[in-house]
Ligand binder design. Structure first.
Ligand SMILES: [Zn+2]
Ligand SMILES: [Zn+2]
Ligand SMILES: [Zn+2]
Length: 203
């Protein structure tokens, strides 16, 4: 009779679900999600000794990967003594870039609001966020105005800088392919969609 073990994928999935449940239960009880014994300080989910243990492990893993000439994030081999592989470097750069960008645009927005000028075109508004023209454009771009209740799904991709419409697609995959083709990042475009977008929106 051949050996018939449990399906390993099912087991893993059950384990993960169990982990999640356990973590949630501990969190609700105000206990450390890692050890389930101590109470973490100031709204943290993990207690200080567990955090310290985690830090030591992370540090050890980092050093081991570094010493082996591997990416400290994904363990791919790296070149030129770098700590990260090309892909992880690029991902990190893109993330930092888009964070800086959104911080800058937030600053600009607040500054223009404080000066009483339109946040889009800098025209005087007398206190409103946008001048009449920009308000109209901004509203008519809102999904609920012009794409609501449409089926099949329609995702229109607009380049922010130029307001150029790059196309309208039925799936996120097609819209993503269009981005890749136009060599744009999700934060450089605006999506008008009559369906909630899952994959395309920048984190
Ligand atoms: Zn703990
Ligand atoms: Zn990597
Ligand atoms: Zn304006």
């Amino acid at each position: 009779m051949p050996y018939r073990g449990r399906d390993p994928e099912l087991c893993r999935r059950a384990d993960r679900a169990g982990d999640r449940r356990r973590r949630r239960a501990r969190q609700e009880a105000g206990l450390c999600t890692s050890c389930g014994r101590r109470r973490p300080a100031d709204n943290r989910s993990v207690c200080e000794p567990c955090r310290e243990a985690r830090r030591v492990l992370d540090r050890r893993r980092y050093d081991a990967r570094r010493a082996a000439g591997r990416c400290v994030r994904c363990t791919q081999p790296t070149v030129g003594g770098r700590s990260r592989c090309g892909r992880c470097l690029a991902l990190e750069k893109a993330r930092v870039c888009s964070e800086q960008k959104s911080a800058a645009s937030k600053r600009r927005y607040n500054m223009r609001r404080a000066q009483g000028i339109c946040v889009d075109c800098k025209a005087q508004t007398g206190g409103a966020a946008r001048c009449e023209r920009c308000a109209y454009r901004s509203n008519s771009r809102a999904p609920e105005r012009h794409l609501a209740a449409l089926w099949p799904p329609q995702i229109t991709v607009i380049e922010v800088q130029t307001s150029r419409e790059l196309g309208t697609f039925e799936t996120e995959a097609e819209a993503a392919a269009c981005l890749a083709f136009a060599k744009l990042r999700p934060d450089q475009v605006e999506f008008l969609s009559n369906v909630p977008l899952m994959a395309l929106l920048p984190p």
